[in-house]
Design a protein around this ligand. Structure first.
Ligand SMILES: [Zn+2]
Ligand SMILES: [Zn+2]
Length: 243
């Protein structure tokens, strides 16, 4: 067996183990069975996430090669409020707060972002991380639209594309708590994927010239949706002999 085969086999075993652990967790979580899959506890790479959306962000960060730590440590904000950020991204001096649909509160993440931002002049920052540490808010993925299929799918009927786009993970969507635009891109100097909101790479401070990367919702980046088991469906009328 080649090394590549071995890695693939181990990934598959891990995915099955994650899936079984997720199913187990959700059985214990029955009381909230009417919640959307996005907000159910989910296991990914052996880590228990509070929601499938958070697990999906972890998988998306993995697909980009961005190192993450989930819920690393609670912090006390200047206002005295306690706050547990969702992700620390230790190699790029950033944090990511995941917000689902129906959970619009981001005040703590915004306060945390203000607290970590530095006061240096924009082009004369001497901090370890350009502009200080960056706090990002991860939003639900922007759906993949059936109209956006490449032209070699033109012969497929629209309904088939609509089904395929529902199964597509969509595209990651984010905002910066600094109120500036944040691009996702690769640094040509250190090769890391990182968010940029200044001309400098967050990891190695290399100064870039020109475009810094892709904007939130860009269709070139795929959101890696982890759903675990599907929510139980109501039986179709044909499946019910009594109907
Ligand atoms: Zn600074
Ligand atoms: Zn770099």
């Amino acid at each position: 067996m080649s090394m590549q085969d071995d890695i693939e086999r181990r990934c598959l075993v891990e995915a099955v183990e994650d899936g079984m652990a997720t199913a187990q967790l959700r059985r214990q979580h029955k009381a909230t069975g009417d919640l959307a899959v996005e907000s159910l506890p989910t296991v990914y790479r052996g880590t228990v996430f509070r929601s499938a959306l958070e697990a999906s962000w972890a998988a998306t960060l993995d697909s980009l090669g961005i190192a993450w730590e989930y819920e690393p440590e609670p912090v006390t904000l200047p206002s005295g409020a306690r706050y547990l950020p969702d992700f620390r991204l230790p190699e790029i001096g950033a944090w990511l707060e995941v917000k689902g649909d129906g959970v619009p509160r981001v005040e703590k993440a915004i306060e945390f972002g203000k607290h970590l931002a530095c006061d240096c002049p924009r082009f004369a920052c001497t901090c370890r991380w350009p502009g200080g540490e960056l706090v990002l808010i991860g939003h639900p993925p922007r759906p993949f639209h059936p109209d956006l299929f490449p032209s070699d799918y033109d012969h497929r009927p629209y309904w088939a594309k609509a089904i395929a786009s529902r199964n597509h993970g969509g595209h990651p969507s984010w905002t910066s708590t600094r109120g500036t635009r944040a691009w996702l891109g690769h640094c040509p100097a250190c090769q890391r994927a990182t968010w940029f909101d200044s001309p400098h790479c967050r990891a190695c401070k290399h100064r870039l010239v020109g475009a810094h990367g892709l904007e939130s919702g860009n269709t070139e980046i795929r959101f890696m949706r982890i759903t675990g088991i599907a929510a139980p469906k109501d039986p179709a009328p044909d499946d019910n002999p009594a109907a």
